[in-house]
Design a protein around this ligand. Structure first.
Ligand code: ZN
Length: 271
Protein backbone atom coordinates (compact mmCIF):
# COMPACT_ATOMS: atom_id res chain seq x y z
CA UNK A 1 0.00 0.00 0.00
CA UNK A 2 1.51 3.36 -0.93
CA UNK A 3 2.22 5.83 1.82
CA UNK A 4 0.69 8.82 0.10
CA UNK A 5 -1.56 9.86 2.97
CA UNK A 6 -1.21 10.90 6.57
CA UNK A 7 -3.57 8.43 8.21
CA UNK A 8 -5.10 8.33 11.67
CA UNK A 9 -7.39 5.41 12.51
CA UNK A 10 -9.81 7.05 14.91
CA UNK A 11 -11.71 3.88 15.86
CA UNK A 12 -9.71 0.87 17.03
CA UNK A 13 -10.37 -2.00 19.41
CA UNK A 14 -7.95 -4.15 21.37
CA UNK A 15 -9.14 -7.57 22.57
CA UNK A 16 -8.64 -6.53 26.20
CA UNK A 17 -10.45 -8.60 27.37
CA UNK A 18 -13.48 -10.39 26.10
CA UNK A 19 -13.78 -14.07 25.44
CA UNK A 20 -16.23 -15.04 22.73
CA UNK A 21 -16.37 -17.17 19.63
CA UNK A 22 -16.39 -14.12 17.40
CA UNK A 23 -13.12 -12.69 18.68
CA UNK A 24 -9.95 -14.78 18.44
CA UNK A 25 -11.16 -18.06 20.00
CA UNK A 26 -7.59 -19.08 20.90
CA UNK A 27 -7.51 -16.13 23.32
CA UNK A 28 -10.11 -17.78 25.55
CA UNK A 29 -7.53 -20.28 26.80
CA UNK A 30 -4.93 -17.68 27.68
CA UNK A 31 -4.28 -15.51 30.70
CA UNK A 32 -4.98 -11.78 30.45
CA UNK A 33 -1.24 -11.14 30.73
CA UNK A 34 -0.56 -13.36 27.72
CA UNK A 35 -3.42 -11.79 25.72
CA UNK A 36 -1.99 -8.35 26.40
CA UNK A 37 1.39 -9.48 25.05
CA UNK A 38 -0.30 -10.88 21.93
CA UNK A 39 -2.20 -7.65 21.40
CA UNK A 40 1.00 -5.61 21.72
CA UNK A 41 2.50 -7.80 18.98
CA UNK A 42 -0.62 -7.64 16.79
CA UNK A 43 -0.70 -3.83 16.92
CA UNK A 44 3.06 -3.57 16.37
CA UNK A 45 2.93 -5.77 13.27
CA UNK A 46 -0.05 -3.87 11.92
CA UNK A 47 1.64 -0.48 12.27
CA UNK A 48 4.77 -1.90 10.61
CA UNK A 49 2.75 -3.23 7.71
CA UNK A 50 0.55 -0.20 7.03
CA UNK A 51 1.40 3.51 6.75
CA UNK A 52 -0.90 4.57 9.58
CA UNK A 53 0.54 7.26 11.84
CA UNK A 54 -1.73 6.83 14.85
CA UNK A 55 -4.57 4.74 16.18
CA UNK A 56 -7.10 5.74 18.83
CA UNK A 57 -7.94 2.59 20.74
CA UNK A 58 -10.29 1.22 23.39
CA UNK A 59 -10.68 -2.11 25.20
CA UNK A 60 -13.74 -4.34 25.69
CA UNK A 61 -13.87 -5.37 29.31
CA UNK A 62 -14.97 -2.06 30.89
CA UNK A 63 -18.15 -1.89 28.86
CA UNK A 64 -19.05 -5.58 29.05
CA UNK A 65 -18.73 -5.78 32.85
CA UNK A 66 -21.44 -3.80 34.55
CA UNK A 67 -19.78 -4.42 37.92
CA UNK A 68 -16.11 -3.52 37.60
CA UNK A 69 -13.53 -5.68 39.34
CA UNK A 70 -10.86 -2.96 39.51
CA UNK A 71 -10.95 0.82 39.84
CA UNK A 72 -11.04 1.35 36.07
CA UNK A 73 -12.63 -1.95 35.13
CA UNK A 74 -10.03 -3.03 32.59
CA UNK A 75 -9.11 0.36 31.10
CA UNK A 76 -5.80 -0.29 32.87
CA UNK A 77 -4.83 -2.75 30.13
CA UNK A 78 -5.42 -0.08 27.49
CA UNK A 79 -2.98 2.20 29.31
CA UNK A 80 -0.35 -0.52 29.13
CA UNK A 81 -0.98 -1.24 25.45
CA UNK A 82 -0.73 2.47 24.64
CA UNK A 83 2.59 2.71 26.53
CA UNK A 84 4.02 -0.33 24.79
CA UNK A 85 3.22 1.01 21.30
CA UNK A 86 5.60 3.97 21.80
CA UNK A 87 3.51 6.87 20.62
CA UNK A 88 1.50 5.12 17.88
CA UNK A 89 -1.59 4.73 20.06
CA UNK A 90 -3.85 7.05 21.99
CA UNK A 91 -6.41 5.66 24.44
CA UNK A 92 -10.17 6.04 24.66
CA UNK A 93 -11.47 5.61 28.20
CA UNK A 94 -14.62 3.48 28.54
CA UNK A 95 -16.57 4.69 31.60
CA UNK A 96 -19.07 2.72 33.67
CA UNK A 97 -22.18 4.89 33.61
CA UNK A 98 -23.94 2.45 35.97
CA UNK A 99 -21.75 3.50 38.86
CA UNK A 100 -22.71 6.31 41.21
CA UNK A 101 -22.68 9.70 39.50
CA UNK A 102 -19.90 11.35 41.54
CA UNK A 103 -17.74 8.27 41.20
CA UNK A 104 -18.16 8.26 37.41
CA UNK A 105 -17.15 11.91 37.29
CA UNK A 106 -14.15 11.27 39.55
CA UNK A 107 -12.93 8.29 37.53
CA UNK A 108 -13.34 9.94 34.12
CA UNK A 109 -11.50 12.99 35.40
CA UNK A 110 -8.70 10.78 36.75
CA UNK A 111 -8.51 8.98 33.40
CA UNK A 112 -8.07 12.21 31.45
CA UNK A 113 -5.98 14.17 33.92
CA UNK A 114 -3.69 11.46 35.33
CA UNK A 115 -3.84 8.35 33.14
CA UNK A 116 -3.29 9.88 29.72
CA UNK A 117 -6.60 9.03 28.04
CA UNK A 118 -7.45 11.53 25.29
CA UNK A 119 -11.02 10.55 24.44
CA UNK A 120 -14.09 8.66 25.71
CA UNK A 121 -15.62 5.60 24.07
CA UNK A 122 -19.27 4.70 24.68
CA UNK A 123 -21.11 1.65 23.41
CA UNK A 124 -24.78 2.21 24.34
CA UNK A 125 -25.93 -0.90 22.48
CA UNK A 126 -23.54 -3.36 24.15
CA UNK A 127 -23.63 -1.71 27.58
CA UNK A 128 -27.40 -1.05 27.39
CA UNK A 129 -28.06 2.61 28.14
CA UNK A 130 -29.51 5.39 25.97
CA UNK A 131 -26.79 7.74 24.75
CA UNK A 132 -28.70 10.84 25.88
CA UNK A 133 -29.77 9.52 29.31
CA UNK A 134 -28.92 11.69 32.35
CA UNK A 135 -26.76 8.83 33.65
CA UNK A 136 -24.31 9.75 30.87
CA UNK A 137 -24.18 13.45 31.82
CA UNK A 138 -21.30 13.03 34.33
CA UNK A 139 -19.15 11.66 31.49
CA UNK A 140 -20.02 14.58 29.23
CA UNK A 141 -19.51 17.07 32.07
CA UNK A 142 -15.87 15.98 32.29
CA UNK A 143 -15.46 15.76 28.52
CA UNK A 144 -16.74 19.34 28.31
CA UNK A 145 -14.35 20.50 31.02
CA UNK A 146 -11.34 19.04 29.18
CA UNK A 147 -12.80 19.52 25.69
CA UNK A 148 -12.06 15.95 24.70
CA UNK A 149 -13.96 13.96 22.06
CA UNK A 150 -16.55 11.30 22.85
CA UNK A 151 -16.88 8.47 20.32
CA UNK A 152 -20.02 6.37 20.47
CA UNK A 153 -21.25 3.42 18.48
CA UNK A 154 -24.32 4.36 16.42
CA UNK A 155 -27.25 2.48 14.92
CA UNK A 156 -28.28 -1.13 15.41
CA UNK A 157 -30.12 -0.22 18.57
CA UNK A 158 -32.63 2.27 19.94
CA UNK A 159 -29.94 3.27 22.43
CA UNK A 160 -27.72 5.02 19.90
CA UNK A 161 -29.67 6.36 16.93
CA UNK A 162 -28.22 9.43 15.18
CA UNK A 163 -31.00 11.55 16.68
CA UNK A 164 -29.85 10.70 20.21
CA UNK A 165 -26.43 12.02 19.15
CA UNK A 166 -28.10 15.29 18.19
CA UNK A 167 -29.79 15.52 21.59
CA UNK A 168 -26.63 14.96 23.65
CA UNK A 169 -24.47 17.04 21.30
CA UNK A 170 -26.85 20.01 21.61
CA UNK A 171 -26.70 19.71 25.39
CA UNK A 172 -22.88 19.68 25.29
CA UNK A 173 -21.87 21.97 22.40
CA UNK A 174 -18.25 22.12 23.60
CA UNK A 175 -17.78 18.34 23.25
CA UNK A 176 -16.86 16.89 19.86
CA UNK A 177 -19.31 13.97 19.60
CA UNK A 178 -18.15 11.34 17.12
CA UNK A 179 -20.84 9.19 15.52
CA UNK A 180 -19.09 5.84 15.08
CA UNK A 181 -20.29 4.05 11.88
CA UNK A 182 -22.45 7.04 10.90
CA UNK A 183 -25.71 5.21 11.49
CA UNK A 184 -24.52 2.15 9.55
CA UNK A 185 -26.90 1.28 6.74
CA UNK A 186 -30.09 1.13 8.78
CA UNK A 187 -30.38 4.67 10.06
CA UNK A 188 -28.59 6.63 7.38
CA UNK A 189 -31.61 8.90 6.79
CA UNK A 190 -31.05 10.36 10.27
CA UNK A 191 -27.42 11.31 9.79
CA UNK A 192 -27.58 14.60 7.90
CA UNK A 193 -30.57 15.93 9.91
CA UNK A 194 -28.69 15.15 13.13
CA UNK A 195 -25.60 16.97 11.83
CA UNK A 196 -27.76 19.97 10.95
CA UNK A 197 -28.94 20.21 14.55
CA UNK A 198 -25.52 20.07 16.21
CA UNK A 199 -22.35 21.31 14.58
CA UNK A 200 -20.21 19.42 17.12
CA UNK A 201 -21.25 16.07 15.62
CA UNK A 202 -18.50 14.32 13.67
CA UNK A 203 -18.85 11.19 11.56
CA UNK A 204 -16.54 8.16 11.77
CA UNK A 205 -16.48 6.17 8.56
CA UNK A 206 -16.21 2.46 9.53
CA UNK A 207 -19.27 0.24 9.16
CA UNK A 208 -21.02 2.47 6.63
CA UNK A 209 -20.94 1.62 2.94
CA UNK A 210 -22.79 4.64 1.63
CA UNK A 211 -20.41 6.72 -0.48
CA UNK A 212 -23.18 9.12 -1.42
CA UNK A 213 -23.95 9.87 2.25
CA UNK A 214 -20.29 10.76 2.93
CA UNK A 215 -20.18 12.92 -0.19
CA UNK A 216 -23.35 14.74 0.83
CA UNK A 217 -22.00 15.30 4.36
CA UNK A 218 -18.80 16.80 2.95
CA UNK A 219 -20.76 18.93 0.51
CA UNK A 220 -23.10 20.33 3.17
CA UNK A 221 -20.84 20.57 6.24
CA UNK A 222 -17.30 20.45 4.88
CA UNK A 223 -14.77 17.62 5.25
CA UNK A 224 -13.79 18.87 8.72
CA UNK A 225 -16.57 16.84 10.31
CA UNK A 226 -15.56 13.42 8.99
CA UNK A 227 -12.98 11.10 10.61
CA UNK A 228 -11.48 7.97 9.13
CA UNK A 229 -11.81 4.78 11.16
CA UNK A 230 -11.57 1.02 10.67
CA UNK A 231 -13.15 -0.54 13.78
CA UNK A 232 -9.97 -2.64 13.49
CA UNK A 233 -7.04 -2.87 13.26
CA UNK A 234 -7.48 -5.43 10.50
CA UNK A 235 -6.25 -6.36 7.05
CA UNK A 236 -8.99 -4.44 5.26
CA UNK A 237 -7.13 -1.18 5.85
CA UNK A 238 -6.22 -0.74 2.14
CA UNK A 239 -9.86 -1.24 1.13
CA UNK A 240 -11.03 1.25 3.75
CA UNK A 241 -8.53 3.83 2.49
CA UNK A 242 -9.56 3.11 -1.11
CA UNK A 243 -13.12 3.84 -0.10
CA UNK A 244 -12.08 7.37 0.90
CA UNK A 245 -9.89 7.78 -2.21
CA UNK A 246 -12.88 6.83 -4.33
CA UNK A 247 -15.10 9.62 -2.94
CA UNK A 248 -16.12 12.38 -5.27
CA UNK A 249 -14.56 15.08 -3.07
CA UNK A 250 -11.39 17.18 -3.33
CA UNK A 251 -7.91 15.87 -2.48
CA UNK A 252 -7.84 18.33 0.42
CA UNK A 253 -11.07 16.86 1.74
CA UNK A 254 -9.56 13.35 1.58
CA UNK A 255 -6.49 14.55 3.51
CA UNK A 256 -8.69 16.00 6.22
CA UNK A 257 -10.81 12.87 6.49
CA UNK A 258 -7.94 10.38 6.48
CA UNK A 259 -5.91 12.01 9.21
CA UNK A 260 -5.76 15.77 9.62
CA UNK A 261 -9.13 16.15 11.34
CA UNK A 262 -8.35 13.46 13.92
CA UNK A 263 -4.88 14.91 14.50
CA UNK A 264 -6.49 18.22 15.34
CA UNK A 265 -9.22 16.77 17.58
CA UNK A 266 -6.81 14.50 19.49
CA UNK A 267 -3.89 16.96 19.41
CA UNK A 268 -1.51 14.60 17.62
CA UNK A 269 1.79 15.83 16.16
CA UNK A 270 1.67 15.83 12.36
CA UNK A 271 5.29 16.71 11.54
ZN1 ZN B 1 -16.09 0.65 18.44
Amino acid sequence: MNAKWFIVDSHQHAYLFWHSDVYPPEYSKLSNRKILEMEVERFRRWFEKYPVSYGIVCGYKPRIDRVWDSRHGGNEAVIELVKRLNGKLVGYYSPNVFEEEDLVREKVEEAIRDLGFRGIKLHPWVSAFPLNHPMVYPVFDVAAKYKIPVLSHSSRSEFCTPMLFADIAMRYPEVPVIMGHMGKQHLHYDVLPAMRLAENIYLETSGSKLQILLEKAVEEFGAERVLFGTDGPHELLPAYVARIEDLNVSEEAKELILGKNAAKLFKLPTG
